[in-house]
Design a protein. Structure first.
Length: 406
């Protein structure tokens, strides 16, 4: 009986062991199939994202190069060239997807060199965004030094099979940081200057380009170090996803951009001249004596009240100076020293006052908040809310509630 029991126990043990082994094998097989499915799914999603990014960049570059909006022509041309070059970063992946081959030889050298120029072309576009009459100078030739060094290095790396990958990455980082930082500084200067000549500064201060610079800089730095340290598909999928969202953000802002400087050539030249003089040698010299300043100050106040020039959303320093029979420099001096304000604050003070009257007046029942914004001289609801809250200490809706309870 004991012997039978031992044989039975051994049989049961063997059966359970085999069953366990089969279960573990089945589990491992299932896990393997799951991983393979996940890898295929992520790969397919990555390829789809790369195709979308490539097509979006090509389409956006075409829009900027053709410029159907007819605004900021030179700046948009160079920005379009930048985005076209940017699309080439995904061209190699598209070639691999369609033809199962990478760029090689001379074509790889040429493509790498053109891609290296993208930050420089972006900086040139910023120069024209902030000054449509910018002219290249001899000192600008210094910007081709790094591209030439990169070209020599990439030729040595590809043709002579020298391992210069670390040097190439170093040149890319230096070139990128140089022009991205220069672009950021240029935009900061422009944003300070817009309040001196534009009454609708939020629409023309290029804040959207500043956001793009920050996003591009963060993405490029992460991507560079990511490629140096390790390559992993899910992270690459994430990076491409963020890149696609960035491109959609660029597309939205590009399509709604306005002309930065006045359309009239004489107004444009006057404002650019004022910006250049303030940037190079800001003068503290008095342009009028105290008596003359008071006369011009009173004349300006009378003109603004009687003619209600602030109701024109396109009003700028040069056009107002023309009405006053003064130069842009002289009017800027009168506003700065006579009212202790810049041009943006001076004009929008009148607009906010007008908006307050409309918000509590009889027209309030007939007009929406947006209608009141336009009636008061603002160019958009966003700028109206921002400026009103800054000057009045509350939003237009809050202002209405406060006065409806009185």
């Amino acid at each position: 009986m004991t012997r039978c029991y031992n044989h039975y126990a051994i049989f049961i043990n063997i059966t359970l062991t085999n069953s366990t082994m089969h279960s573990e094998s089945a589990l491992k097989s299932t896990e393997k199939h799951t991983k393979q499915f996940f890898f295929r799914y992520v790969t397919m999603l990555l390829q789809l994202l790369q195709l979308f990014i490539f097509c979006f960049l090509l389409l956006l570059s075409f829009i900027l190069l053709s410029n159907p909006m007819q605004v900021n022509k030179k700046a948009n041309f160079w920005f379009g060239v930048t985005l076209f070059i940017w699309s080439s970063f995904w061209a190699d992946e598209i070639l691999l997807l369609i033809f199962s081959s990478h760029l090689t030889g001379v074509l790889r050298i040429f493509t790498s060199f053109i891609q290296f120029l993208a930050p420089l072309f972006f900086y040139i576009s910023i120069l024209f965004f902030t000054n449509p009459h910018y002219t290249f100078k001899k000192r600008d030739l210094s910007y081709i030094a790094l591209p030439l060094l990169y070209l020599i290095t990439i030729i040595l790396d590809v043709q002579l099979e020298q391992d210069l990958n670390a040097l190439l990455i170093g040149l890319i980082i230096v070139h990128l940081l140089l022009h991205i930082s220069q672009s950021y500084v240029k935009l900061q200067q422009h944003q300070k200057q817009t309040i001196a000549f534009s009454s609708s500064a939020p629409e023309v201060n290029l804040k959207w380009l500043e956001y793009i610079i920050i996003v591009i800089l963060c993405l490029c730095i992460v991507l560079i170090f990511f490629n140096i340290i390790y390559y992993k598909l899910p992270l690459n999928l994430f990076m491409n996803g963020v890149m696609l969202l960035s491109i959609l953000f660029i597309t939205y802002n590009v399509l709604k951009q306005q002309e930065i400087f006045p359309i009239k050539e004489r107004h444009r030249l006057a404002i650019i001249s004022l910006n250049d003089s303030n940037q190079t040698s800001p003068s503290k010299r008095a342009l009028f004596n105290d008596q003359e300043l008071v006369v011009h100050k009173n004349s300006l106040s009378t003109l603004m009240k009687e003619e209600a020039l602030y109701l024109d959303c396109t009003l700028n320093l040069a056009s107002l100076a023309e009405q006053m029979h003064l130069s842009s420099h002289q009017l800027s001096y009168v506003i700065n020293n006579g009212f202790n304000e810049n041009f943006f604050q001076f004009v929008n003070r009148y607009r906010v006052k007008k908006a307050k009257e409309l918000l509590v007046g009889k027209k309030r029942e007939k007009l929406s908040i947006l209608g009141i914004a336009f009636e008061a001289g603002f160019s958009s609801k966003t700028s109206f809310n921002t400026i009103f809250k800054k000057m009045a200490g509350c939003t237009p809706s809050e202002f209405v509630k406060q006065h409806s309870n009185l």
